[in-house]
Design a protein around this ligand. Structure first.
Ligand code: ADP
Ligand code: ASP
Ligand code: MG
Length: 404
C-alpha cells in the first residue's frame, strides 16, 4: 500500500476558505493513487484561546482537564476538513486520537506517543476512506486524553508515518519550507533545499518554530524523511533527511532566535561546593527549565556571580522560588525581562576554524553587546538585548553569506 501522511498546521486550516484549499490538496494526492492519511492541528489561534480560558479559571488549572480542553481545537479542524471532502463526494471521516487509539506515556501536557493501533485505520484506508486524524492528542493508560506539547501535531504526523510505513510525510505550513532564518523576521532569508536532522533539531530547539523539536528527534530515530512545504503555493519545499544525503558547502546552515527569554543574575553568591545545585534544584522541581548558565570566577575566592536564562513566563515563579530559598546566600538579585538568544547552526563549523571569532566580530561591529555565550559541536548561541534581535539576524546572515 502506497501511503502518504499529510499534516496541516494551524494557519493552513485557519479559515473556511483555507480548509477548502486543504481539501483540494488532499484530493490531488488521492488522485495520484496514494492512500492518504491526514493529520491536522487546530485552526490558528484556537489552542491559545483555550489555554487562556484555563488560566482565567485558575492559575493552577488541573493538568488532566487542560489536556481535555486544549486538545478540542483539533476535533473542530478535523471534522471541518472531513466535511469538506465529503462535500466533494469523497469518502472521509474525522478520527480522534482515542478512537484509533494513539497511546501516550508521560505527564499530562507533555506526553510522548508510544504506540498507534493500526487496525481500524488500515481497514478504513482499504475501503478507500481518507482518515483525518487529530494531531497533538493521545490517550494514556488510564484512558484520559493527553496532549504531547505545543506544536505537537508535527510529532503525530511523523509517528503515523513510522507506524504505517508511509512512503512520504509532508508537513504543510504557511511558509514555503525551512529557511536560513525566520522569513517573517528577515526578508533576505533563503529557502533551504535539504537540511540534516541534526541541524533541524538545533534550529527548532533554538527557536525556529517551523518544526517541533520532539518531532525531529522522532524522525531522526526512525529515519523518516520529512518534506516541509507551503499549503498556499505549489512550490518545492525543504527536505529534512540524514546527513549523508546532503551535499553542502556552507559553514552555517541557519540562524535561530528566541524572543521570550529572561535573564536572572545572583550577585555575590557565597562560593562553596553545592551552591549551584541549591539554586537549581527547587527550580527544576517546579518544572522551570534553566537554559544558558554562566558563573563568574570570584576575585576573592569567597563570592561569585551566577547568571542564567529562563522562559519569560517562568520569571515570576523563579523570583519567588529564589527569594524563598533558605539554602543560598547572595547580595543582590537582578532580572532582565527581555533578552534574546541568537544561534548560528551548521555541521560545517565542525571542520572550519574561526567561526566563533567571525560571529563575535560581526556583532561587535554593530555594537551589539554579548551577555552570555554557549556552544556545542554544531551551534554557537549568544544572549543579547531583545531590541538588537533584528540587527543581529541581519548582520550574521550577511557575515555567513546565507543570502547567496
Ligand atoms: P503551523 O501552524 O503550520 O504548525 P508554525 O507557526 O508552527 O506553523 O510554523 C511556521 C512558522 O515558523 C512560520 O510562519 C515562520 O514565521 C516560523 N519560522 C521560524 N523560523 C523559521 C525558519 N527557519 N524557516 C521557516 N519558518 C520559520
Ligand atoms: N494546536 C496545537 C498547538 O497550537 C498543536 C499544533 O499546533 O501542532 O500547539
Ligand atoms: Mg507548528
Amino acid at each position: 500500500m502506497k501511503i502518504v501522511v499529510l499534516k496541516f498546521g494551524g494557519t493552513s486550516v485557519g479559515s473556511i476558505g483555507k480548509i477548502k484549499k486543504v481539501a483540494d490538496i488532499i484530493n490531488e494526492h488521492k488522485k495520484k493513487n496514494y492512500k492518504v492519511i491526514v493529520v491536522s492541528s487546530a485552526m490558528s489561534g484556537v489552542t491559545n484561546e483555550l489555554v487562556k480560558k484555563s488560566q482565567e479559571i485558575s492559575e493552577n488549572f488541573s493538568d488532566e482537564e487542560y489536556d481535555a480542553l486544549v486538545s478540542s481545537g483539533e476535533q473542530i479542524a478535523c471534522s471541518l476538513i472531513a466535511g469538506s471532502l465529503v462535500h466533494k463526494g469523497l469518502k472521509a471521516r474525522s478520527w480522534l486520537a482515542w478512537q484509533i487509539p494513539i497511546f501516550t506515556k508521560g505527564l499530562h501536557k507533555n506526553s510522548r506517543i508510544v504506540k498507534i493501533n493500526k487496525n481500524k485505520i488500515l481497514h478504513y484506508l482499504k475501503e478507500g476512506g481518507i482518515p483525518i486524524i487529530t494531531g497533538f492528542q493521545g490517550i494514556n493508560n488510564s484512558h484520559r486524553v493527553t496532549t504531547i506539547g505545543r506544536g505537537g501535531s508535527d510529532a503525530t504526523a511523523i509517528l503515523l508515518a513510522k507506524f504505517f510505513k508511509a512512503e512520504r510525510c509532508i508537513i504543510y505550513t504557511d511558509v514555503e519550507g525551512v529557511y536560513t532564518t525566520d522569513p517573517n523576521k528577515l526578508k533576505k532569508a533563503k529557502k533551504i533545499k535539504t537540511i540534516s536532522y541534526e541541524e533541524m533539531l538545533e534550529m527548532a530547539s533554538l527557536g525556529a518554530k517551523v518544526m517541533q523539536p520532539v518531532s525531529i528527534q522522532d524522525a531522526r530515530l526512525n529515519r523518516i524523511d520529512i518534506e516541509v512545504k507551503s499549503s498556499f503555493v505549489n512550490k518545492s519545499g525543504t527536505l529534512i533527511t540524514k546527513r549523508s544525503n546532503i551535499i553542502n558547502n556552507k559553514i552555517i546552515t541557519g540562524i535561530s532566535s528566541t524572543h521570550n527569554d529572561s535573564k536572572v543574575t545572583l550577585i555575590g553568591v557565597k562560593d562553596k561546593p553545592g551552591v549551584a545545585a541549591s539554586i537549581f534544584k527547587p527550580l527544576s522541581k517546579n518544572s522551570i527549565n534553566v537554559d544558558m548558565v554562566v558563573q563568574n570566577i570570584s576575585a576573592n575566592g569567597k563570592e561569585t556571580d551566577l547568571t542564567f536564562t529562563i522562559k519569560k513566563d517562568d520569571l515570576f515563579k523563579t523570583k519567588k522560588i529564589i527569594r524563598e530559598n533558605k539554602n543560598i546566600e547572595y547580595r543582590k538579585l537582578l532580572f532582565t525581562k527581555g533578552v534574546s538568544k541568537i544561534s548560528i547552526i551548521g555541521v560545517g563549523m565542525v571542520t572550519t576554524p574561526g567561526v566563533t571569532f567571525r560571529m563575535f566580530q560581526a556583532l561587535a561591529k554593530k555594537k551589539i553587546n554579548i551577555q552570555v555565550i554557549s556552544t556545542s559541536e554544531i551551534k554557537i548561541s549568544v544572549l543579547i538585548d531583545k531590541f538588537d534581535t533584528k540587527k543581529a539576524l541581519a548582520v550574521l546572515h550577511k557575515e555567513f553569506r546565507l543570502d547567496k
